[in-house]
Design a protein around this ligand. Structure first.
Ligand SMILES: Cc1cc2nc3c(=O)[nH]c(=O)nc-3n(C[C@H](O)[C@H](O)[C@H](O)COP(=O)(O)OP(=O)(O)OC[C@H]3O[C@@H](n4cnc5c(N)ncnc54)[C@H](O)[C@@H]3O)c2cc1C
Ligand code: FES
Length: 381
């Protein structure tokens, strides 16, 4: 059952000409750090704080750690236990492939060694979400390749590492972007970083959105809160290949305008003629002129036609649950509902077993799954 009904108020279709988001005062006005900090008030009127200047020029050719992506079979746990160096030499039986798992990339060398990187810019998105743009050191940045939906382990030295979606599109070659919601120790340490700080990155990890199979189809993105991060990557990637796809729509919801990440981009997204963008918040908010209502309710109201359409959803588990129910009501087939999971990870490379659901490892067989695939897994989520 969906907890709350869509309000009848404020449901007028948003103007494509101007994204009339309200003027909002963020209660916890961000502490602006760094020399070039500026507060940008866009037409969305949601203040955006750039904590540091744009990423520095990548230093001259100085190879620190080479990230070469290659496809390997999943190594057996026994073999991996010997030494990390052996991992890459092992090309034993392709057990994963036999079980229908997709091939996956693995970095060369010690798979646990992060690539050194420098924080180039920090953007405060909301009271508890910050976006970091990090530049891999040496030639690693230029040679880095990844696909939309893949994740990275971002480490703060002396604190630990945590998993985040790379939410810059692969065409962005200057930096990798991670948006981090403060949850516990590591994410709090990440929130304390500023431009110039050193971090580590293990990436790319996991599978990705099978966008090549989506050609000719309509795509309906549904994002909730920080769940907009992976959708941003794939959505921008598809928009760069616009002619290959049918109608592209986005329904993005958050608790309030203050909780909307990427607020500085919403104006552009609302204006784009090639993207149908709808914003919603959970409860009325002064000055808000878009939808008010929980995402599943607004989705039912928008009622995208399921024929030749894929729904790609990401958000908190409760939102995913009710959004899937809404999509099923709209007659979307389970294989046409795609989501990404945030099951906790440790190694990220199929060794430690931390992320398994039944016979599947979220770090290797995911994080992207179709609803049809998830229905076959034990209900452990
Ligand atoms: C594939 C994947 C992609 C992710 N992408 C992002 C992203 O783009 N942005 C982002 O902000 N976060 C993302 N996460 C979640 C992020 O990894 C965790 O929030 C982070 O590891 C918490 O670390 P911590 O040390 O700060 O918190 P901890 O001290 O480890 O935990 C603090 C609290 O957060 C909960 N928590 C920790 N990890 C998770 C998790 N994976 N899922 C749900 N609850 C968790 C804990 O149960 C605890 O209640 C992703 C996770 C995965 C597995
Ligand atoms: S995180 Fe270690 S197996 Fe997936």
């Amino acid at each position: 059952m969906v907890a709350k009904k869509t309000s009848g108020k404020n449901t007028a279709k948003p103007s494509k000409k101007k994204a009339d988001l309200p003027v909002v005062a963020r209660p916890s006005a961000p502490a602006v750090r760094g020399n070039n900090a500026d507060v940008v008030a866009h037409e969305t009127n949601i203040p955006v704080v750039r904590e540091e200047s744009p990423p520095p020029v990548v230093p001259p050719d100085k190879t620190v750690a080479r990230v070469t992506v290659k496809t390997v079979a999943r190594p057996s746990v026994k073999t991996v236990a010997k030494t990390a160096a052996v991992v890459n030499a092992v090309k034993t039986e392709d057990a994963g492939a036999k079980r229908g798992f997709s091939p996956r990339p693995m970095p060369d060398g010690n798979p646990y060694a992060p690539t050194p990187a420098t924080v180039a810019e920090v953007i405060r998105e909301t009271e508890n979400i910050k976006t970091l743009r990090v530049v891999l050191e040496g030639s690693a940045m230029r040679s880095f390749a990844y696909e939309p939906g893949q994740v990275g382990q971002l480490s703060v030295f002396g604190m630990g590492e945590s998993t985040f979606v790379i939410n810059s599109p692969p065409s962005q070659k200057e930096y990798l972007q991670f948006s981090v919601m403060r949850a516990g120790e590591v994410t709090s340490a990440i929130h304390r970083l500023s431009a110039g700080d050193k971090v580590g990155v293990r990436a790319p990890l996991g599978n990705f959105f099978p966008y090549a199979d989506w050609k000719g189809k309509d795509i309906f993105f549904v994002g909730g809160g920080i769940g907009m991060a992976p959708l941003r990557t794939i959505m921008l990637h598809l928009l760069e290949r616009r002619k290959d796809y049918g109608k592209i729509s986005l329904l993005y919801g958050a608790r309030s305008p203050l909780d909307m990440a990427f607020a500085y981009e919403l104006e552009d997204w609302m204006r784009r003629p090639d993207l149908d963008c709808t914003l919603t918040i959970d409860a009325p908010f002064e000055g808000w002129r878009h939808k008010v209502g929980l995402i599943p309710n607004v989705l039912l109201e928008l009622a995208p036609a399921p024929k030749n359409c894929l729904a790609v959803i990401c958000g908190p588990p409760i939102m995913i649950k009710f959004t899937v129910q809404a999509l099923e009501k709209l007659q979307f087939a389970p294989e046409n509902i795609i989501t990404t999971l945030e099951k906790r990870m440790k190694c990220g490379i199929g060794i430690c077993g931390r992320c398994n659901i039944g016979g599947r490892y979220v770090c290797m067989d995911g994080p992207v799954f179709s609803w049809a695939e998830l229905q076959k897994l034990p209900p452990e989520l």
